[in-house]
Design a protein around this ligand. Structure first.
Ligand code: NAP
Length: 286
């Protein structure tokens, strides 16, 4: 074996070309929708690849990334709690991941592991059909990793962004780094985004804001997708607001991940159908 040898899965005697190996790293182990999305896309695009879920504890993260090189893994989706820590382990960080401060994708090229963030693309593609958004007002609830990708996307769309968060200092840090300002839910908005876990199973009775704070005619976008119709979205619809669930964001970030390694973009509608089908069958998926 030469120093430049590129590791990759090897075909068995009775198989065709060697498959590409992709996957997701997360911890603790849980059910994840990502294998369903990626496998549906690979099948539709005719890509000879498999996508597996790996439970990787924080102490094993460095070894897992080294394993991408050693085993020739093409791409890893990166889920909680690794999105920030993987930045230190990549050879190259995209400008977007650098600014957001988190990566949800590691892609192996011939000579490097590249860290990208496609969550913000998921937000962008989800919101574009509801636009135009330039110059309009957005209020973002939360200041964690999801909120950072949301704010990055909203700024990219040219929106006037306000962030409100339980821990005010965290919101201040976010707007210092990504733009926008810290404010309160009482200010007018055209778009409200929930980027907190409030409403997520099993706390389905929780909502990040009171129903009376939902401003009619605004679009209410909940990044939570389990359940698909959260209490926030139910109350928003009852108040006459337009609503957007969180599953399209998940679908579009996966579409962008697949484009990054394969150069091909699967049909988002096909992935959405696969995800809807899976969610109907298993309420434990996330
Ligand atoms: P995170 O980094 O842990 O941040 C969580 C945020 O929610 C923080 O701002 C936190 O406030 C706030 N928060 C948590 N519990 C709260 C409570 N009880 N009351 C008020 N605020 C609370 O998590 P994340 O990665 O940003 O993920 C947040 C959610 O986004 C996830 O649960 C998931 O549902 C959703 N998400 C969706 C997608 C998608 O593709 N649709 C992708 C990623 C995430 P403090 O700063 O005060 O702690």
């Amino acid at each position: 074996m030469t120093a430049n040898h590129e590791a990759r899965p090897v075909q068995a005697l009775d198989e065709g070309p060697a498959r590409e190996l992709c996957g997701i790293i997360l911890h603790p182990a849980g059910h994840t929708l990502s294998p369903i999305l990626h496998q549906a896309a690979y099948a539709a695009l005719g890509l000879d690849a498999v996508y597996l879920a790996f439970d990787v504890a924080p102490s094993a993260l460095e070894g897992a990334v080294a394993g991408m090189r050693a085993l020739g893994v093409r791409q890893l989706s990166v889920s909680l709690p690794h999105k920030e820590a993987v930045l230190k382990l990549a050879n190259h960080i995209s400008p977007e991941a650098q600014q957001i401060g988190a990566a949800n994708t590691l892609t192996r090229t011939d000579d490097a592991i590249v860290a990208d963030n496609t969550d913000w693309v998921g937000v962008l593609r989800t919101l574009e059909p509801h636009g135009p958004w330039k110059g309009r007002r957005a209020t973002v609830l939360g200041a964690g990793g999801a909120a950072r990708a949301v704010v990055y996307a909203l700024r990219h769309l040219g929106m006037d962004v306000l962030v409100t968060n339980r821990t005010r200092e965290r919101a201040s840090r976010l707007v210092d780094e990504l733009g926008g300002r810290v404010g309160s839910i009482n200010e007018p908005y055209d778009l409200l985004v929930n980027a907190t876990p409030l409403g997520l199973q099993p706390q389905v009775d929780a909502s990040p804001v009171g129903a009376e704070e939902l401003q009619p005619r605004a679009l209410i976008f909940d990044t939570v997708y389990r359940p698909l119709e959260t209490r926030l979205l139910r109350e928003a619809a009852a108040r006459g607001c337009r609503t957007q669930d969180g599953l399209d964001m998940l679908v579009h970030q996966a579409v962008e991940q697949i484009r990054l390694w394969s150069g091909h973009s699967p049909d988002p509608a096909l992935l959405r159908r696969a995800a809807d089908h899976a969610l109907q069958g298993d309420t434990a998926l996330r």
